[in-house]
Design a protein around this ligand. Structure first.
Ligand code: HEM
Length: 348
């Protein structure tokens, strides 16, 4: 097996090249809503969101999702697509660590999708084994309510305002029934970063719906749009928008709600708060000295150690057969097959 490479921390001009490569990769007409951006953002969030402030374990160092122990957490279902997109960049810039690549890619993607500039600092290293990977089950479950959200995010060291600001990322992307069990997008334009998610949370009349797989989520269908559409020939039914139970908790909880209202009304304040809290998220589990150098044990021991490149294809973790909802394995496998075929025919 190839040994990890030890390199100096990347320079800003090296990083500029990586950032450009991420921008070049975002447009993916055959994937979801045409952009790799949202799933890249989710990858960065899940790579950092395992942090536990009390034990100082988890967080964005190490890129633990390369290992079954973390990659196979049902909460991470589907993120192999994000990792496969980024393999193309890793191939070109082998010096970068996965832990840096996954986090910087999200920052570049958010900016490119119209979001704020987010401060990103590099220097994360890649674990060389899975010893430091925290137990599974540290990421939030969308079927729960405000208590659960607080339990998860307070553990990482966030407060109520920061929780609501971070949740604004659900302006991007969508839920996939074969990944989380939930289905649909939060906003009509899910590849454009804005505060629409907060506006829709407040203005729409969200109705509980039980999906065919038994999962409960909230939906909204714009009746006026349907009527207009019925008049048009060969009109496609408008896709209903959705919210997770955890999203709805943000407007039901008296301490979360004022932040939703503020961000719905003031996009600039949301962008400012989001930029700060997302930067904080990406630093979870990272200890730096006064000069900004990372002084985590593994960094001090091994330096900036970039793991050898993995395979180009999106490979589902092996033991993901007991998914969050107990049914990811087969659809995931099928999706991976599709992805592989697409890769063979066309460039990813
Ligand atoms: C209570 C907290 C949260 C819960 C329960 C939650 C849950 C979920 C679920 C169930 C999905 C759908 C996954 C799929 O089926 O593909 C999703 C997608 C997503 N989440 Fe969250 N999430 C939370 C917080 C966050 C945060 C803090 C961020 C980033 C700052 C984030 C960013 C995203 C993005 C960008 C997507 C779309 C991914 C895609 O399009 O593939 N989420 N989330």
């Amino acid at each position: 097996m190839a040994q990890p490479q030890t390199n100096p921390t990347p320079s800003s001009s090296q990083l500029d090249h990586v950032a450009q490569a991420v921008r070049d990769l975002l447009h993916q007409p055959d994937y979801d809503d045409g952009s790799a951006g949202p799933v890249l953002v989710r990858l960065a969030w899940h790579s950092a969101g395992t942090y536990d402030a009390a034990s100082k374990t988890g967080g964005s160092n190490g890129a633990g999702m390369r290992y079954e122990k973390e990659g196979g957490d049902p909460a991470n279902a589907g993120l192999q697509h994000a990792r496969a997109f980024l393999e193309l960049i890793k191939k070109k810039f082998s010096w970068i660590t996965y832990a840096d690549l996954w986090t910087v890619a999200a920052v570049v993607a958010i900016k490119e999708m119209g979001g704020p500039e987010i401060r990103w600092r590099g220097g994360r290293t890649d674990f060389t084994d899975d010893n430091k990977i925290p137990p599974r089950g540290r990421l939030p479950d969308g079927a729960q309510g405000a208590d659960h959200i607080r339990h998860i995010f307070y553990r990482m060291g966030f407060n109520d305002q920061e929780i609501v600001a971070l949740s604004g990322a659900h302006n991007l992307g969508r839920c996939h029934s074969d990944r989380s069990g939930f289905e649909g997008k939060w906003v009509n334009n899910p590849t454009r970063f804005s505060n629409t998610y907060f506006k829709l949370l407040l203005v729409n009349d969200w109705k509980k719906k039980t999906l065919e797989n038994g999962v409960e989520q909230y939906v909204y269908v714009d009746e006026d749009m349907i009527e207009e559409d019925e008049d048009a020939e060969d009109a496609e039914e408008p896709e209903e928008l959705m919210m997770l139970p955890t999203d709805i908790a943000l407007i039901q909880d008296p301490s979360f709600r004022p932040w939703v209202e503020l961000y719905a009304e003031h996009k600039d304040i949301f962008f400012d708060h989001f930029a700060k809290v997302f930067a904080k998220l990406l630093e979870l589990g990272i200890k730096r000295d006064r000069n900004g150098n990372i002084v985590n044990e593994e960094n001090q021991q091994d330096g900036y150690k970039s793991a050898p490149k993995k395979s180009d294809v999106a490979t589902a973790p092996r033991d993901q057969n007991k998914g969050q909802l107990g049914h990811e394995a087969k659809p995931l496998q099928e999706e991976n097959e599709k992805m592989r075929r697409r890769k063979e025919g066309a460039k990813l």
